[in-house]
Design a protein around this ligand. Structure first.
Ligand code: ZN
Length: 212
């Protein structure tokens, strides 16, 4: 029972990282893809039980797009993002709101396109948020993804969870680390060690179990 974790990039010209993590957390395959079709090939070959993507996989309720010129708007008044994003903010976990004019528009469109394709092919896909997973698993002092300290921080904290990444430790970059933490969140989900935030009508976020 493997989980395929993806750290998705907005552009197909930059490699998106994938990590395929076995259920015993003792085997891992790392790789990357450029075009969506290349991801489809990896998925077809590996047949993961679950696919965990670290990007928004749905638009807010009432939205048909993220274009400012379109008249679609939040179905719930006074919203500035999806419910799961408001809930994250309430927990003190920063995130980008999925809204008109989002700087992540290209990434979100790509993530939704990939989710649709994978679900059509019969795969289970979940939305994860590596920054939130890290805060819940490791505590508040998580360095920002693109900071210098991030890769060594992630290696130090991932190895105790997923010891098999030791074989790769020298070559891990931050994108691979994010794909691994996404796959790990997926394995927690299979083991019922997760909670979800948000409204299923506009997509939920899967997180490690919240403290009571
Ligand atoms: Zn629209």
């Amino acid at each position: 029972m493997s989980v395929l974790g993806i750290d998705l990039r907005a552009s197909t010209k930059k490699p998106s990282a994938v990590a395929i993590l076995g259920s015993d957390l003792k085997s891992i395959l790392l790789g990357s893809f450029y075009e969506d079709i290349d991801l489809a090939k990896v998925v077809k070959q590996e047949r993961p039980q679950l696919i965990a993507i670290g990007a928004p996989l749905n638009l807010p309720l009432g939205f048909c797009c993220l274009d400012k010129s379109c008249g679609c708007k939040f179905a719930v008044p006074n919203r500035k993002g999806r419910l799961l994003e408001l809930e994250l903010a309430k927990m003190g976990i920063s995130c980008f709101y999925t809204s008109k004019g989002s700087i992540m528009k290209d990434l979100i469109y790509r993530a939704i396109r990939i989710r649709n394709g994978l679900e059509l092919a019969g795969y289970n896909v979940i939305e994860v948020y590596p920054h939130a997973t890290k805060i819940l698993l490791f505590g508040d002092s998580v360095p920002p993804k693109h900071s210098l300290a991030s890769v060594s921080y992630m290696k130090d904290h991932l190895v105790p969870l997923v010891s098999c990444i030791n074989d790769y430790a020298g070559g891990l970059d931050i994108y691979a680390c994010e794909a691994i933490i996404n796959a790990y969140t997926g394995q927690l989900h299979i083991n019922s060690e997760t909670d979800v935030l948000g409204d299923p009508r506009e997509g939920v976020l899967v997180l490690p179990q919240l403290p009571n």
